[in-house]
Design a protein around this ligand. Structure first.
Ligand code: SAH
Ligand code: SF4
Length: 385
């Protein structure tokens, strides 16, 4: 049974005080400058940033009053000048397989989705980078929604904080350190094209990886891109997470139809960028995502072409059975076809796991995310639901 739309009581989070900047999402340097501007002596500023940083990102506190090692005066200044604000949970749905989908409200009344996928001894949070998407991949639900806006760094990192709140996963002072994390991995596979929100994404991920804060290793974060070629190399240099490429096709005519950005940067250009990337990143494996669409891209010939395309790239192929959504113009490939495809890729020496669809009953699976407001607007029957 699916449990639907629980409104959690943890929502008693501080509401934004008019116009004050959010302290979440500032880079370390940005916070340091903001502190100096507000009267903290330059010599102290770095140390104060370290303290506040740990309270916000390591301990997960939501009230400046709880920053007990920070002097009273500075706490008062912080409370006067800043807010600690996370996105607000509008609904939380829990799938029969334990997957949790959050609908979050962000500034301006916009809504965005985040999905938590529990696995044995770990858990992955799938976060969004934009409300909607400028791209129009024909098999993707988000792609039917236009771009509303980019998320800020605070909203990107805020999704992780909200999930930690909901999972009750903040350390308890004095308790022994628990090494197993419920939220151990992050994938940028929610709504939006992460590389089209480059600066905010970089700042958000820097915070997620900072050892004195959320402290996720860079190898536990995967950025998925539809193939914004000019920004792939820059992502390697400035962000440094693992990379996944939404390939989905092995010929340009088919990819043009599935992932229209291919008309700008075609398969050859994309694969060249991947070769350069893997040279620069010490041959770290790139994940190639491949959605299995019945009769479109799932033949054995396609699998063989894929193997050829991967030549010279340290790669892994993630086969994603298509996740249907209402009105989608495709069907999921038959299981036997998916396995045959995986077999060809595996025999060529590449790992080719088939991604188990998770949270389908709550429309939380890959490519099914779309903001609720948009859905309701387009479907008047749901307008008052
Ligand atoms: N915008 C980024 C992140 C997207 S979501 C990108 O395109 O890479 C993560 C993966 O899910 C992408 O590979 C995307 O192409 C895929 N996807 C989108 N819609 C899907 C669907 N309906 N079924 C299965 N996978 C889908
Ligand atoms: Fe945007 Fe990615 Fe969906 Fe394409 S697959 S429309 S890039 S979110």
């Amino acid at each position: 049974m699916t449990q639907t739309a629980i409104t959690p009581d943890l929502l008693a989070l501080p509401r934004k005080k008019a116009g004050l900047p959010n302290i979440i999402g500032l880079t370390r340097e940005g916070m340091r400058e903001a502190f100096i501007e507000r009267g903290i002596p330059e010599k102290q500023a770095k140390m104060r940033v370290g303290q506040v940083w740990a309270w916000i990102y390591h301990w997960g506190i939501t009230d400046f009053a709880d920053m007990t090692n920070v002097s009273k005066d500075i706490r008062a200044m912080l409370a006067r000048e800043f807010v600690i604000e996370r996105p607000e949970i509008v609904t939380r749905q829990v799938s029969e397989d334990g997957t949790r989908k959050y609908l979050l409200r962000i500034e301006g009344g916009h809504e965005v989705e985040t999905v938590y996928i529990p696995e044995e001894n770990r858990g992955t949070l799938c976060i969004s980078s934009q409300v909607g998407c400028t791209l129009t991949c024909s098999f993707c639900h988000t792609g039917t929604q236009t771009l509303v806006r980019n998320l800020t760094a605070a909203e990107i990192v805020g999704q992780i904080l909200v999930a930690r709140d909901d999972l009750g996963e903040w350390p308890v002072r004095g308790a022994p350190k628990d090494e197993t994390r419920l939220l151990s991995n992050v994938v940028l596979m929610g709504m939006g094209e992460p590389l089209y929100n480059f600066d905010n994404l970089r700042d958000g991920m820097k915070i997620a990886m900072d050892p004195e804060g959320i402290a996720l290793s860079r190898r536990r974060i995967t950025l998925s891109t539809s193939g914004v070629v000019p920004l792939i190399e820059r992502a390697g240099e400035e962000i440094g997470t693992l990379l996944a490429i939404s390939l989905h096709a092995t010929t340009d005519p088919v990819r043009d139809r599935l992932v229209p950005i291919n008309k700008k940067w075609n398969i050859e250009t994309l694969m060249d960028a991947c070769r350069t990337y893997s040279r620069l990143s010490n041959s770290e494996r790139i994940t190639f995502e491949y959605v299995m669409l019945k009769g479109v891209n799932d033949s054995e010939a396609a699998a063989k072409r894929l193997v050829k395309l991967l030549e010279g790239i340290p790669a892994k192929v993630n086969l994603i059975p298509f996740n249907p959504w209402p009105g989608a113009p495709y069907e999921r490939s038959d299981w036997a076809k998916i396995e045959a495809f995986a077999g060809v890729v595996m025999r060529a020496g590449y790992a080719s796991p088939i991604r188990t669809p998770r949270g389908e009953d709550i429309m939380a699976a890959c490519g099914q995310l779309k903001s609720e407001t948009e859905r309701k607007r387009k479907n008047p029957r749901l307008a008052n639901a």
